[in-house]
Write a protein that binds this ligand. Structure first.
Ligand code: AMP
Ligand code: ZN
Length: 454
């Protein structure tokens, strides 16, 4: 069947064909490092990780680049509002450089906890100022820019098919620019020299004056540096459609004079409450460590994300995470029970590959996995097959180990069972608390009790 992906550019599912025979260039828009990533952001990176793993499974070599935005992103994607990095620095009374370093590290730690394979290249915007300046100069030479109020702008009226990614009727949109320097409402800043912010610490010398780059130019300049001026796949969340990715396409195709990226993939939002998008600017955002405080392992969140197609909104609730946690625990228990050296079932592997190669249908992939567990395959073959699926699911199933229960905990559990049999509930509760205090949970079963690490 091959790999089929939904391409936002054509608004259709297409059979994936890379430019080079067996190699794929993949660029994923990374975080703006002024705060912790929230679990909505992380949904985006989990989807991209599944995409990358599916490409690898389909025998492609993947060259993956992810940027770190540490300059130029204002609170509105369209050049208005505050500088996000400055906002973070002020909040924490640190320099923007300290903020960038701290949250980049925090982000990379989150990715590790979620079993997300690191990109081949991390590209920091502030490490690529030269490349951004050179791209702006190319655009200038080709007549796509103008200077007004000290800033260099991209002139969208010169772009042949501005907005082709969304096919939106831009004129009827409410995004009216408040920036009087702009000739057309969708024009955007390539280089700021007249900073609105007196305290702007990040400034570089440039042919356009001392200043700093606009947000969109970093992705175009860095993607093209590492993946070439035409490459295969570019991803991000759907919020990037109308402005960031639209502007990336406009400036890149203006500079290079050809189609820039063949496949654009976008994930829908993680939503919360009455369906509001989880956003860093809102008061509704949760981080991976907050989930940890609530008792959810990062991989429970990964499992939760895999249960819904990346192209559908995903509603966060604690109840939903509890049921993902239960499902994952059941899977762990079952795998520990059937662990052995067996053979991968060709039939089920094919079903699984077909599912995930159909626009990353992970809900169907998970269904195939549960089907394997309920099948008539030999236990060790079930185990081998599911471990093979985990190259896509990324749930760390191979490294599962039976927890060794300390003798003290077993002793307390036995005493508790005795107390229960004698209907001494007060004693039983007291013993449960002692067991919890040693970091274990106890549940009642037909046979007696069950202990798990809490
Ligand atoms: P940012 O750090 O704001 O640049 O966002 C990092 C990634 O998260 C981008 O690809 C966004 O499109 C994506 N994103 C932002 N909010 C959400 C959300 N609520 N659900 C899913 N993805 C999101
Ligand atoms: Zn980007």
């Amino acid at each position: 069947m091959g790999l089929v992906l939904y391409n936002t550019l054509t608004r259709d599912k297409e059979t994936f064909k890379p430019i080079k025979k067996n190699e794929v260039g993949l660029y994923t828009c990374g975080p703006t490092v002024y705060h912790y990533a929230h679990i909505g952001n992380l949904r985006s990176f989990i989807f991209e990780d599944v995409l990358k793993r599916v490409l690898l499974l389909n025998k492609f070599k993947v060259k993956h680049v992810m940027n770190i935005t540490d300059v130029g992103h204002l609170t509105s994607d369209a050049d208005q509002g505050e500088d996000k990095m400055l906002k973070g620095a002020r909040r924490e009374k640190k320099t923007v450089w300290e903020i960038a370093e701290f949250y980049t590290k925090a982000f990379q730690d989150d990715l590790k906890k979620l079993n997300i394979i690191a990109p081949n290249k991390w590209a920091k915007a502030t490490d690529h100022i030269k490349e951004q300046i050179s791209m702006i100069q190319t655009l200038e030479k080709k007549g796509f820019t103008y200077t007004a109020g000290g800033n260099v702008y991209f002139d969208t009226s010169k772009s042949k098919d501005y907005g082709k990614l969304t096919n939106l009727d831009f004129e009827s949109q409410a995004r009216v620019s408040k920036d009087k320097n702009k000739k057309n409402q969708h024009d955007f800043v390539l280089w700021f020299t007249k900073s609105k912010f007196d305290s702007q610490e990040m400034k570089w010398d440039s042919p356009f004056g001392v200043g700093y780059p606009g947000w969109h130019i970093e992705c175009s300049a860095m993607a093209s540096k590492y993946l070439g001026t035409q490459f295969d796949i570019h991803c991000g969340g759907i919020d990037h459609l109308p402005i960031h990715h639209t502007n990336e396409i406009a400036q890149s195709e203006a500079a290079y004079g050809k189609k820039w990226v063949n496949y654009w993939l976008h994930n829908e939002f993680l939503v919360i409450g009455k369906g509001e998008r989880m956003a860093k600017s809102g008061d509704n955002f949760l981080t991976l460590s907050v989930l940890g405080d609530k008792g959810f392992d990062p991989l429970v969140y990964r499992y939760f994300c895999l249960g819904t197609s990346y192209r559908n909104p995903l509603m966060y609730s604690e109840e939903a995470l509890v049921s993902s946690g239960n499902a994952l625990r059941k899977l762990h228990d079952k795998l520990l029970e059937i662990k052995g050296t067996g053979n991968v079932s060709k039939k089920y592997l094919k079903m699984f590959i077909n599912a995930v190669s159909d626009d990353l249908n992970t809900p169907k992939g998970l269904a195939v996995m549960w089907e394997v567990l309920g099948s008539t395959l030999k236990d060790e073959d079930k185990y081998a097959t599911i471990i093979e699926f985990d190259s896509i699911l990324g749930l760390g199933l191979k490294s599962l180990k039976k927890e060794k229960i300390p003798a003290e905990v077993v002793k307390l559990a036995k005493e508790r069972l005795k107390a229960r049999n004698e209907k001494n509930w007060a004693e039983s509760d007291k013993l449960r608390n002692q067991i919890n205090g040693l970091g274990w949970d106890i549940g009642d079963t037909k046979e007696g009790y069950e202990l798990r690490k809490s």
